[in-house]
Structures are given as C-alpha cells and as structure tokens.
Design a binder for this molecule. Sequence first.
Ligand SMILES: Nc1nc2c(c(=O)[nH]1)N[C@@H](CN(C=O)c1ccc(C(=O)N[C@@H](CCC(=O)O)C(=O)O)cc1)CN2
Length: 282
Amino acid sequence: MSEAYILTLSCPDRPGIVHAVSGFLLERGGNIEEAAQYNDPDTGLFFMRVRFACGQLTQDDLRTQLQLFAQPFEMKWKLHALAQAMKTVIFVSREGHCLNDLLFRWKSGLLPLDIRAIVSNHRDFYQLAASYNVPFHHIPVTAATKAQAEARQYEVIESEGADLVVLARYMQILSDDLCRKLSGRAINIHHSFLPSFKGAKPYYQAHDRGVKLIGATAHYVTADLDEGPIIEQDVARVDHSYTVEHLTATGRDTEAMVLARAVKWHSEHRVLLDGHKTVIFK
Ligand SMILES: Nc1nc2c(c(=O)[nH]1)N[C@@H](CN(C=O)c1ccc(C(=O)N[C@@H](CCC(=O)O)C(=O)O)cc1)CN2
C-alpha cells in the first residue's frame, strides 16, 4: 500500500541535485506527484519540496536511507507523511477573530490541522473552545508569574505533542527560552504590515502616521519581537476618515485571512526557512 510523503530540503547549490533526488526516489519505487525548487542567488542555497508516493519502504527505512543520501550534499531535510494532520495548540488573549476563523476553517476541513488545545491568559473564549470540543487552558500571565505560566503553557504543548503553536492575537511576549523551544514552529499574526509599526498598539501608530493602507503580517516567532521570518502579508485600503476603532475593525478580516494562509502553508510543509527569510512553495 503506497503512502504519500512530503520531502523538503535545503543545501548548498550544485548541479545535479534534482537528478539525484528523483533518482533516489525512483530507485525505491517512489512516484513523484509534485515538485518545486528554488536556488537563492544571495545565499547560494538550494531549496526543494517534493510530494511523492512510495510503497516499497516503511517511513523509518526511508528516513534511514535519506540520512545516508543527504550527507554528501550537506542537506537539511524533513520527511512528513501527508496523511498526518499537524497537531496544533492555539494561543489567544482577548481578540478572538483569528481564533474563530481558524476553528471554523479547521472544522470545515480547509486546514490539515489537529487542534489539540487552546491556551489563553483570559477566560473570554472558553465557550468558543467548548463549542468545537477543544480543551481550553486558562493560564493567567503577569510579570511576576511569567516563568511559571510559560512552564504550564509548555507542558500543554508537550503533552499534546504539538508540532505547531499559533499565536492568534496572543498579546504576551514569549521569553527567549520559550522562543528557542518553539523555534520554527510558532507562528504569530502581527496587526501591521511589518516592518512598520512593530510592538504594541500598531493601529494607534498607523492612525497617528495617517497611513492609507493598513496591513497584517504572519511570521515565525523569535526572541526579537515581530522580527521573525515573514510567511504572509496583506493590506487593506483606508483613508483620513478612519478612527482607530475603524482601522481595528477593518484590519480584523485581513489579519484572519493572512494567518489562515500562513497556517495552511506551514501545515502543508510549503514554508522553508532561508536565514531570516522564507521560501514558500505554494
Ligand atoms: N518573543 C516574542 N513574543 C511574541 C511575539 C514575537 O514576535 N516574539 N509576537 C507577539 C504579538 N505581538 C504583536 O503581534 C505583541 C504582543 C504584545 C506586545 C506587548 O508589548 N505587550 C505588553 C507587554 C506584555 C509582556 O511583557 O509580555 C504591553 O503591551 O506592554 C507587543 C507585541 C506575541 N509574542
């Protein structure tokens, strides 16, 4: 019985990589169904994403043989079984539009996620969680209790075996330690078109600046606030008559749309890290 896989890799560019990868898969009865590659001229790195079916080898045997194959190319690679939905924990504070949108898309079968829990420093959305039969963990956070709170948060993430953490308008800054633990697997939605208006209250900053476009940015979470690799962005047109409240209301749809796209692409293993940037095979 064939199993479908996604293989992603990056390595120093050289001629023959695509040939070598397709040959490796062919020799093991692999049938390539989708392939994309990119060569970054700035970093000299080559990126590839291959979807293939294979029935001759178990996933463990594939991994063992990939390990040997990848070494001479200095490849960083990942192999994912397509059937495996991505175990996810969502963090939220008091703005629930992105959480609500992700839950509905998930329940509608539009996101290949397995949402295991919702974590919040407020109680606002425990009923929303219950309506989707998702466990809700209220973990208050104060400056004095941040370390203990993060320990509880990480316990939830680990006990659920989460591969992805989504900060769906979660308004607490994660510690450097937690950022390290979640490196490359925590996505935040920032409610501005980064790098403009980093930090708290970006719509106040935008209103004060008199912008004609507002935006939203989904990015990986790093210790440097709102500086993580950008995954997706979008904008909405506004004008001089917009109050901060009007900017905020207009921005909600853009934030939800941008986050959903980023989460979908990440959960389909389409996003590869290229230093402080991303390569996305849509
Ligand atoms: N380590 C990181 N943590 C978080 C990031 C990040 O990129 N790296 N993104 C933020 C979300 N965010 C904007 O999108 C944001 C949230 C909160 C604040 C902030 O300053 N909040 C409080 C301070 C809270 C605290 O000290 O924990 C404040 O208003 O003073 C700024 C930006 C999520 N976390």
